[in-house]
Design a protein around this ligand. Structure first.
Ligand code: SAH
Length: 416
């Protein structure tokens, strides 16, 4: 069962991992698994996956996301969605899809912020793509949903968000969202949770980095595949999209086939139904080398440590999203990426913060200013006076926004 080629080729990791939990052991019967299989299992295993049984967000959880930082984030995404809806010709029925809505905070702020624009909110049917039953319940609660019985007209139960009177449905994948209506898709910090494969350059080519059990089955370890694995096809495809010099510089490459496939599903849907998608995440506009990380309780931990108890995420390769969309359809155009700071700034977040500051308590003003800075700032907050380990780090340039739209809509704001 040992397929170890040369462990010294692997990047040194932080500390030795803890005991392998029983539930994953069955995966190793046929030998090592890819990092992608490991990541998928750790995050979304229906019994013990990181996202499945708990609320992982916020100060009390494991990490914080932009919608949890400030209400202004969801409100600005709402402004973007309304602008696109106008460019789509203000259709009176629209599917608004969110991939991985977390606590539902972005959607809650979007609906509340847009509630004055009745023509927009009344056109919406919300579709939330969420794998976690716990988070689905939280989304139901935060969107102030009520379940209505519609047995009389044979449509069964209907769920309505009372925030804007919009119907809401849950799905486990984008493919399950009914097609046929113009569609707006939002993916915030969804792509970074999709499983990545990691490859390592060796003397005879590229090997895939795998996860294996130690001889005594007590811990996990990294090994290299002795021969090329099927995922090498995705590596080859990704390398073809890059300049030879870009690849020559790298000894490790990360590839996310699920991100390529999801982008193609999005692009096909937008080609057939009209509309557009917005993807915001942290990442690079080029080949990603080695970015997979694990975070538990706001601290970096070893990727193999206590699987299921820490978030695993990887940089999003925006260049490959662009190529995947363009490859599958000539009817969509891809815009960006631009930094989150440019994106929110061009949509007018500074006017929004000024308006909110007009009418608030001193405490709220403090939180608005910190939130604004976290969303658009860069590096460590210069004004921070609290404990050093809690200094807010700006998300303004680490996060990027990209949009895929049906060409009929023209260029989406603020990508002109
Ligand atoms: N967008 C939210 C949450 C980001 S975390 C925010 O910004 O706060 C990732 C979200 O995607 C979680 O809701 C998680 O449960 C969901 N998720 C992760 N992988 C998924 C998958 N394969 N299918 C469906 N949902 C998934």
């Amino acid at each position: 069962m040992t397929t170890l080629i040369n462990p010294t080729l692997l990047k040194p990791q932080l500390q030795s991992p803890s005991t392998a939990p029983a539930y994953t052991i069955h995966l190793f019967r046929g030998g090592p698994i890819s990092i992608a299989e490991y990541m998928e299992e750790v995050l979304t295993n229906p019994k013990a996956g990181f996202y499945i049984n708990r609320d992982v967000f916020g100060a009390e959880g494991d990490f914080i996301t932009s919608p949890e930082v400030s209400q202004m984030f969801g409100e600005m995404i709402g402004v973007w969605a309304m602008c696109l809806w106008e460019q789509m010709g203000q259709p009176n029925r629209v599917n608004l899809v969110e991939l991985g809505p977390g606590r539902g905070t972005l959607m809650m702020d979007l609906l509340r912020g847009a509630s004055k624009f009745k023509n927009f909110t009344e056109s919406l049917h919300l579709h939330l793509v969420e794998c976690s039953p716990t988070l689905q319940k939280l989304q139901h609660q935060n969107l102030k949903c009520v379940d209505e019985d519609h047995m009389a007209d044979n449509v069964g139960k209907r769920t309505i968000s009372t925030l804007a009177g919009t119907p809401v449905s849950w799905h486990s994948a984008l493919e399950q969202v009914p097609s046929g209506l113009p569609t707006i898709i939002i993916a915030h910090e969804f792509y970074d949770a999709l499983p990545v494969h990691q490859f390592q350059r060796v003397s005879h080519g590229w090997c895939e980095k795998m996860v294996d059990l130690e001889e005594d089955s007590s811990t996990f370890r990294f090994v290299l595949s002795p021969q090329p694995t099927p995922a090498i096809l995705y590596l080859m495809k990704r390398c073809k999209w890059a300049a030879t010099e870009e690849i020559a510089k790298l000894d490790q490459i990360e590839v996310c086939p699920k991100a390529m496939e999801l982008t193609q599903t999005i692009a096909k849907r937008i080609s057939s139904d009209g509309g557009g998608a917005l993807i915001i995440d942290y990442g690079l506009n080029k080949v990603v080398s080695d970015s997979l990380q694990a975070i538990r309780k706001h601290k970096f931990v070893h990727i193999l440590d206590n699987p299921g108890s820490a978030d695993l995420s990887a940089y999003v390769d925006f260049a490959s999203i662009r190529r995947s969309a363009e490859e599958v359809s000539g009817e969509v155009s891809v815009h960006g990426p631009m930094t989150q700071s440019q994106f929110l700034g061009s949509l007018g977040i500074n006017f929004r913060v000024e308006a909110l500051l007009q009418n608030c308590t001193e405490e709220q003003a403090e939180s608005l200013r910190t939130g604004y800075w976290r969303l658009v700032g860069e590096g460590e907050a210069p004004f921070w006076e609290g404990p050093e380990e809690e200094v807010p780090i700006g998300m303004g340039t680490r996060y990027m926004a990209m949009s895929i739209v049906n060409k009929k809509q023209g260029t989406p704001v603020p990508f002109q």
